[in-house]
Design a protein around this ligand. Structure first.
Ligand SMILES: Cc1cc2nc3c(=O)[nH]c(=O)nc-3n(C[C@H](O)[C@H](O)[C@H](O)COP(=O)(O)OP(=O)(O)OC[C@H]3O[C@@H](n4cnc5c(N)ncnc54)[C@H](O)[C@@H]3O)c2cc1C
Length: 419
């Protein structure tokens, strides 16, 4: 089987790269073993929230020069400030083409309200997420009886620190009793599957209306709209007060919805998705990948002009921490970052952890190396890369999306395929 591009990994980075290439008429396939970080994410996309030295960032583009001084091997520093700016704008346009409606802009971070009721700087958030400053004097945080992945009292405690009158309430929703009887099944995604049914929405609206007269806004856990972002608006319109949703513990309904929207766009563009398959072996030529082999196509070589590694970090097994060291298991690419085991972690659990900066080393074109040799037709993107800490710096989605577009553009330029 021969493609223009083969992408290993169908998370945010792989999908964005595949969509951009497919939009330009390239024949692309994405091989993806399992769920991605999106399925566990907040649903908000971070661009750059904090510099390595801990300084908070309000205007991400203005902080890129300082970032380059402090972290010269950060993917943004390698890509260059002009490219980050260009591809951040292009990312927003690409998301809009996927019918993903988000609030925010790459020009300035906003503060989203977290599941703990605190504030966190981010780039783009689903429209139903509340953002600071909150315009309401009285908020009711509504839990669901028996649902442990969302604690209204915790949220209320933090919100009350902003001089807002906050109270908590609980929905009973008897339709959820079957799930409620099995606590391990009583998770956001399963609740959403039920509440997304039109007849259940009517019952939900009835319970919410009973709480809505005494407050300016209701905050609910994000257990609605796994495939359709309009459900939140439909329910909202029926209420006399504002409705907002807060992310829950994983699985994330908001992240899964974004995954489905990206996936749908890729398939509409005739991209080929190989879900549940895994790249197991590769065949290398002279500084080139000549074929890859997957679990489901063990005997059939998959070949492409360009290969893009988007296999994620430790969380997705794109990187592995072994007794002998950190490794990239598909190609055995060169790793940058803390190599000695004793340097991987800091004792203080709340410190930025050095292992998060480990990953595949790349040049400014996002080509990795194998035993010191650049591989000409292989690129690496997303959280498999070295040089950044998505948790401390709040830049995970931005690195994934801008890097994906940077690589897609080089592939298109090299083929004269244009925009
Ligand atoms: C739990 C969690 C929550 C996060 N939340 C946020 C957030 O709220 N906001 C934010 O901006 N960032 C968040 N991040 C950072 C996140 O890493 C990036 O935002 C981004 O989603 C990473 O995308 P990716 O495509 O690089 O990797 P991933 O999403 O990890 O995707 C990699 C994919 O590659 C597949 N794969 C791996 N090996 C193989 C193989 N051999 N063959 C085939 N497929 C393979 C995996 O199955 C997976 O589907 C979070 C990260 C984690 C781990």
């Amino acid at each position: 089987m021969k493609f223009d591009n083969l992408i290993i990994g169908g998370g945010l980075a792989g999908l964005v790269c595949g969509i951009r290439l497919a939009e330009a008429g390239q024949r692309c396939a994405i091989i993806s073993r399992g769920q991605s970080a999106l399925h566990f994410s907040s649903g908000s996309l971070d661009l750059l929230a904090e510099l390595p030295d801990g300084s908070p960032v309000n205007f991400p583009l203005q902080a890129l020069e300082a970032l380059k001084q402090q972290a010269p091997e950060h993917p943004y520093s390698l890509m260059g400030a002009d490219n980050v700016s260009r591809y951040a704008a292009d990312s927003e346009a690409l998301l809009a083409r996927c019918n993903i409606t988000l609030q925010g802009s790459y020009q300035q971070n906003h503060q989203r309200i977290t599941p703990l009721g605190t504030q966190r700087a981010t780039w783009l958030s689903p429209e139903e997420i509340p953002t600071a400053p909150l315009p309401w004097k009285h908020i009711t945080v509504v839990g669901i009886a028996g649902f442990l992945d969302f604690q209204p009292e915790l949220v209320a405690g933090s919100l009350a620190e902003n001089n807002i009158a906050v109270q908590t309430a609980e929905l009973t929703l008897p339709a959820l009793d079957t799930l409620r009887n099995n606590p391990s099944e009583f998770r956001a995604a399963n609740i959403a599957r039920l509440l997304d049914m039109p007849e259940q929405q009517l019952l939900l609206i009835k319970e919410l209306k009973a709480l809505a007269n005494k407050t300016d806004a209701l905050f609910l856990p994000a257990c609605l709209g796994s495939h359709d972002e309009k459900i939140w608006q439909t329910i909202s319109r029926e209420l006399p007060c504002q409705l907002r949703l807060l992310p829950t513990l994983p699985p994330s309904v908001l992240g899964m919805r974004m995954y489905h929207q990206l996936h749908r766009r890729f398939q509409q563009l005739k991209g080929i998705m190989m879900p549940g398959d895994a790249v197991l072996n590769t065949k290398m030529g002279q500084n080139n990948v000549s074929a890859i082999f997957t679990r489901n196509h063990a005997e059939i070589p998959l070949r492409a002009t360009s290969y893009i590694l988007a296999s994620g970090s430790f969380f997705s097994n794109g990187l592995e921490a072994k007794f002998s060291g950190i490794r990239e298991p598909i190609f055995g690419l060169d790793i940058r970052g803390p190599l000695l085991r004793e340097e991987w972690c800091k004792e203080d659990f709340f410190c930025p952890q050095p292992y998060l900066q480990a990953g595949v080393g790349i040049d400014e074109y996002f080509h990795p190396t194998l035993a010191g040799q650049r591989i000409e037709n292989l690129y690496a993107i997303g959280s498999v890369l070295a040089g950044f800490d998505p948790l401390q710096q709040g830049c995970g989605a931005g690195v994934s999306m801008t890097g994906a577009l940077h690589v897609a553009q080089q592939i298109l330029d090299s083929k004269g395929a244009g925009a």
